[in-house]
Design a protein around this ligand. Structure first.
Ligand code: FES
Length: 148
């Protein structure tokens, strides 16, 4: 049994300590907004926050997340009205949508650390998250809109 804080709630997880956090979130807690893309730390579809910093949930074992604050896309805003979520809608960012929760979580960590990022900072940070539909330009525009 491992105690984990997810979106402000303490939960007990009965799983192997080496279970990737991604599967704990999806399979044990039903938080399916965090996506499986590569499982190898290469795509960013599984991006969540650990103590406010972006992390790839497929690369974090349960025991490494225990005692830390995990935030998923479901916990980013209780109303879905985070500035980034509004900007994502306004800029009509998603195409297939699969990678977008990871993109938003990466962007949210960026804006927390740097509320007025230069375009180069946005491009550099967001290069960690891949989008097979190529929505990159709209992602940058949405982050700039949210930062205004
Ligand atoms: Fe975690 Fe691709 S699924 S980085």
């Amino acid at each position: 049994m491992a105690g984990l804080t997810v979106n402000g709630h303490i939960v007990d997880i009965d799983a192997d300590p080496q279970t990737p956090l991604l599967w704990v979130l999806r399979e044990h807690l039903g938080l399916t907004g965090t996506k499986y893309g590569c499982g190898a730390g290469l795509c960013g579809a599984c991006t969540v926050h650990l103590d406010g910093e972006a992390a790839f949930a497929c690369q974090v074992p349960l025991d490494a997340a225990t005692g830390r604050a995990v935030t998923t896309i479901e916990g980013l805003s209780p109303t879905g009205e985070h500035a980034l979520q509004r900007a994502w809608v306004a800029e009509q960012v998603p195409q297939c949508g699969y990678c977008q929760s990871g993109q938003i979580m990466q962007a949210a960590a960026l804006l927390s650390a740097n509320p007025r990022p230069a375009r180069a900072d946005i491009v550099d940070t967001m290069s960690a998250n891949l989008c097979r539909c190529g929505t990159y330009l709209r992602i940058v525009k949405a982050i700039e809109r949210a930062a205004e």
